[in-house]
Design a protein around this ligand. Structure first.
Ligand SMILES: Cc1cc2nc3c(=O)[nH]c(=O)nc-3n(C[C@H](O)[C@H](O)[C@H](O)COP(=O)(O)OP(=O)(O)OC[C@H]3O[C@@H](n4cnc5c(N)ncnc54)[C@H](O)[C@@H]3O)c2cc1C
Ligand SMILES: *[C@@H]1O[C@H](CO)[C@@H](O)[C@H](O)[C@H]1NC(C)=O
Ligand SMILES: *[C@@H]1O[C@H](CO)[C@@H](O)[C@H](O)[C@H]1NC(C)=O
Ligand SMILES: *[C@@H]1O[C@H](CO)[C@@H](O)[C@H](O)[C@H]1NC(C)=O
Ligand SMILES: *[C@@H]1O[C@H](CO)[C@@H](O)[C@H](O)[C@H]1NC(C)=O
Ligand SMILES: *[C@@H]1O[C@H](CO)[C@@H](O)[C@H](O)[C@H]1NC(C)=O
Ligand SMILES: *[C@@H]1O[C@H](CO)[C@@H](O)[C@H](O)[C@H]1NC(C)=O
Ligand SMILES: *[C@@H]1O[C@H](CO)[C@@H](O)[C@H](O)[C@H]1NC(C)=O
Length: 508
C-alpha cells in the first residue's frame, strides 16, 4: 500500500521540523529553507513511480529488515526512488541536513551503520536492470540490481563478468568495496570492471565519472563514501567455459591441522594456484554428525571440467573425510553448492546478529588453524547450548591472478598482493539479547581473528571492508600506506565535506 500523498506530507512536515537539530547549529539556512525543509514541495517533486513508506507500515518494516540485526541504522522514512528521484532526495536532504543512507541488498553489517540514528532510507530496489551494449563489450547495471539478476541476464546473453558470489546481495554493495567473485582469477575484482559510473554526489548533482575523474580511484574500494551510484557501466566477457565441477569433502575436527597443511601444499602453492580453481571451507556445527565439535566442509571447485582434477582432490581424500561428494553443473549452480543461493540460510533475514571478523592471509598456518578451531569449537559448543552455536568460520580461497593483474596503487582497494591470498572470517551468529552478549560475541570474533593473525606473523591487519566488523582501524580497511589515507581524506573533503556518506566504513 502506498501512503496517500496528504498523509505523507503531514508526516514529512513532522520529520522536517526537527531538522534544525542540536549539534548542527553551525549550519545557517536562509529564510526560505524553512519552506524547503518542510518538504512538501520536495515530495510532490518525486516522480509518480517513487514510493514512500513510514514507520507502522508493513512495507517500512519489510524494507528495513537487514541480514544482520546488530547496530542497524534507524530511519524515519523509506523512499523507493525511481530514476531521477535520487538526485532530488539527496539534494533536499543535504540542504535540510537530514541524514540519509542507500539501502540495497541490506547485507551490509558493519557496526558503523549504527551511527545513523534518524533520517531517510533511500532504498534502490526499483532501480534494477541490466542493459548490454550493442558491441557486447559492456553492460550497464542499474544501481539497485541484485547480484543474481546480473548473473542470470548476462548468462542468458552468453556473457559473464565478476559479480559477488552470493545471490541475495546487490551488485553495487560489494563492488564499491572492491568485490570478490568466482571469476576474479580471470578478470580481477568487481570494481576493476567499472568503465563509468553515474553517481549522485553529496550536493545532489548527478555526474557521470570515468577514469578521467579524480574520484575514480576512490570509487574502486571506498566507493560507499562518495555518493549513490545510480548505474554502473562495466566490462563483460564472452562466456567461454560453461561447465564447473565441485568436490565437497566433510571432515571431523581432528583433521584440521593436516587438512590446512594439505591446502597450503597442494592448492594454495604460495599463490601460484591456477585461475580456474577455487576452494572454500566452512567450520560449523552439524550435531547429527558430531554433537560436540564443529565439522569442516571443504569445497574444491574447478572451472571448465565435469570432475575436479584428481590431482587436487586426492591429497584431501587421502585424509579420510567423512564423505567426498562430486557434483557438476554450470556457473549458475555455484551459489547453491556452497549454500549462498537465494533460498539458502544466509539469504534469509531471521533476526540474528551476524558480525564477521575478516582477515586476509598469505597462506594457512596449520598450527594456528588448529588453535582457532579449538577455541571456535569450545565457544560455539552446541551440546552446551552456546548462544553462538550457529556460527560459521569461513575460509575463502579465490584465485587471485586477475586481482594481482591490476596495479595496487590504481585503486582504493589496497589488498592485492600475494600476502592476501586468502580471505577468512569467523561469523559469530546469535540472537541479540543485550549489550553483554554483543560484547561477548565481539570478543570471541576478535580472539579468533587474533589467533590467525598471530599465526601469520604479520602485525598489520588487512581486513576486507565489506566483511568488516567495524572496530578495525582505517588502515585495516583501506591500506597501511600513508598516502592512501591522505588521498582518501582529500577526496572526502572535496566531494563530501559534510560527511553525508559516512555511515558505511567512513574514510575519515
Ligand atoms: C551472505 C553474504 C555473501 C556475501 N558474498 C560476498 C561476495 O561474494 N563478494 C563480496 O565481495 N562480498 C560479499 N559479501 C559482503 C558484501 O559485499 C557486503 O555485505 C555488502 O555491503 C552488501 O551489499 P548490499 O547491497 O547487499 O547491502 P546494503 O546494506 O544494502 O549496502 C551496503 C552499503 O553499501 C552502500 N551502497 C549500496 N548500494 C549502493 C549504491 N548503488 N551506491 C552507493 N552506495 C551503495 C551503502 O552505503 C550501504 O550502506 C557477502 C555478504 C553476505 C552477507
Ligand atoms: C526518528 O525515529 C526515531 C526512532 O524511531 C525517533 O526516536 C525520532 O524521534 C524520529 N525523528 C524524527 C525527526 O521523526
Ligand atoms: C524539484 O526538482 C527539480 C529538479 O528536477 C529541482 O530543480 C527543484 O529544486 C525541486 N524542487 C524542490 C522543492 O525540491
Ligand atoms: C612455497 O614457498 C616456500 C618458501 O619460500 C618454499 O619452500 C616452497 O617450496 C614453496 N612451495 C611451492 C609449492 O611453490
Ligand atoms: C554430472 O552430474 C550429473 C548429475 O547432475 C551426473 O549424472 C553425472 O554423472 C555427473 N558427471 C560427472 C562426470 O561426474
Ligand atoms: C562440548 O560439550 C560437551 C558436553 O559438555 C563436551 O563433552 C565436549 O567436550 C565439548 N566440546 C568442546 C569442543 O569443548
Ligand atoms: C584453495 O585453492 C585456492 C586456489 O588454489 C587457494 O588460493 C586457496 O588458498 C585454497 N583455499 C582453501 C580454503 O583451501
Ligand atoms: C604459526 O602459528 C603459531 C602460533 O599459532 C606460531 O607459533 C608459528 O610461529 C606460526 N608459524 C609460522 C611459520 O609463522
Amino acid at each position: 500500500m502506498r501512503w496517500p500523498q496528504t498523509k505523507l506530507v503531514t508526516a514529512l512536515v513532522a520529520v522536517a521540523f526537527t531538522t534544525a537539530s542540536p549539534g548542527h547549529s553551525d549550519i545557517q539556512y536562509p529564510m526560505s529553507a524553512a519552506t524547503q525543509c518542510s518538504l512538501p514541495g520536495f515530495v510532490s517533486n518525486l516522480s509518480s513511480d517513487a514510493e514512500v513508506y513510514l514507520p507502522g507500515s508493513a512495507q517500512f518494516d519489510r524494507f528495513s529488515e537487514r541480514w544482520s540485526n546488530l547496530e542497524t541504522p534507524i530511519v524515519n522514512i523509506t523512499i523507493l526512488p525511481a530514476t531521477d528521484d535520487v538526485v532530488k532526495i539527496v539534494g533536499a536532504a543535504d540542504k535540510c541536513n537530514i541524514p540519509f543512507l542507500a539501502y540495497n541488498g541490506l547485507h551490509g553489517s558493519i557496526t558503523t551503520l549504527g551511527r545513523m540514528d534518524w533520517g531517510i532510507a533511500i532504498n534502490l530496489r526499483k532501480l534494477s536492470g541490466v542493459t548490454i551494449a550493442a558491441d557486447g563489450q559492456t553492460a550497464t547495471i542499474a544501481g539497485g540490481t541484485n547480484s543474481k539478476v546480473v548473473i542470470d541476464e548476462l548468462w542468458a546473453a552468453g556473457k559473464q563478468t565478476v559479480t559477488g558470489t552470493c545471490e541475495c546481495v546487490s551488485y553495487l554493495g560489494p563492488a564499491l568495496g572492491g568485490g570478490h567473485g568466482w571469476l576474479q582469477g580471470h578478470y580481477g575484482l568487481m570494481a576493476d570492471q567499472f568503465v563509468s559510473l553515474n553517481i549522485v554526489l553529496a550536493d545532489g548533482t548527478l555526474q557521470t565519472i570515468d577514469a578521467n575523474s579524480d574520484l575514480w580511484w576512490a570509487m574502486k574500494g571506498a566507493g560507499h563514501n562518495f555518493g549513490i551510484v545510480t548505474s554502473a557501466t562495466i566490462k563483460i566477457y564472452p562466456r567461454t567455459l560453461t561447465n564447473w565441477a565441485i568436490e565437497t569433502l566433510m571432515f571431523t575436527g581432528d583433521k584440521v591441522k593436516a587438512l590446512y597443511q594439505a591446502a597450503n601444499d597442494h592448492l594454495l602453492r604460495n599463490g601460484t594456484q591456477p585461475a580456474d580453481l577455487i576452494n572454500w571451507s566452512y567450520w560449523f556445527n552439524l550435531p547429527e554428525v558430531d554433537p560436540n565439535n564443529p565439522i569442516i566442509a571443504f569445497y574444491i571447485i574447478q572451472e571448465g571440467v565435469s570432475v575436479v582434477d584428481p590431482a587436487y582432490t586426492h591429497p584431501f581424500r587421502a585424509l579420510s573425510p567423512l564423505s567426498a561428494t562430486p557434483n557438476n553443473g554450470s556457473y549458475l549452480d555455484l551459489a547453491r553448492w556452497v549454500g549462498i543461493s537465494l533460498d539458502a540460510p544466509p539469504c534469509q533475514n531471521t533476526g540474528t546478529a551476524n558480525p564477521r571478523f575478516p582477515l586476509y592471509l598469505p597462506a594457512y598456518n596449520a598450527t594456528a588453524q588448529q588453535e582457532a578451531y579449538a577455541l571456535f569449537a569450545s565457544a560455539t559448543n552446541a551440546s552446551e547450548s552456546s548462544p553462538f552455536a550457529n556460527s560459521l568460520f569461513m575460509f575463502e580461497g579465490y584465485p587471485t591472478q586477475g586481482v594481482r593483474g591490476v596495479s595496487s596503487a590504481s585503486t582504493a582497494y589496497a589488498f592485492r598482493g600475494r600476502d592476501n591470498n586468502l580471505l577468512v572470517a569467523p561469523l559469530v551468529q546469535y540472537m541479540p539479547t543485550d549489550a553483554a552478549r554483543d560484547r561477548e560475541a565481539a570478543e570471541l570474533g576478535n580472539r579468533l581473528r587474533g589467533i590467525l593473525q598471530g599465526g601469520s606473523g604479520r602485525a598489520e591487519m588487512h581486513a576486507y571492508v565489506n566483511y568488516a566488523y567495524g572496530d578495525e582501524d582505517l588502515e585495516g580497511w583501506y591500506g597501511h600506506e600513508r598516502w592512501r589515507r591522505e588521498r582518501l581524506g582529500k577526496l572526502k573533503r572535496k566531494y563530501d565535506h559534510r560527511g553525508r556518506f559516512s555511515f558505511y566504513a567512513p574514510v575519515v
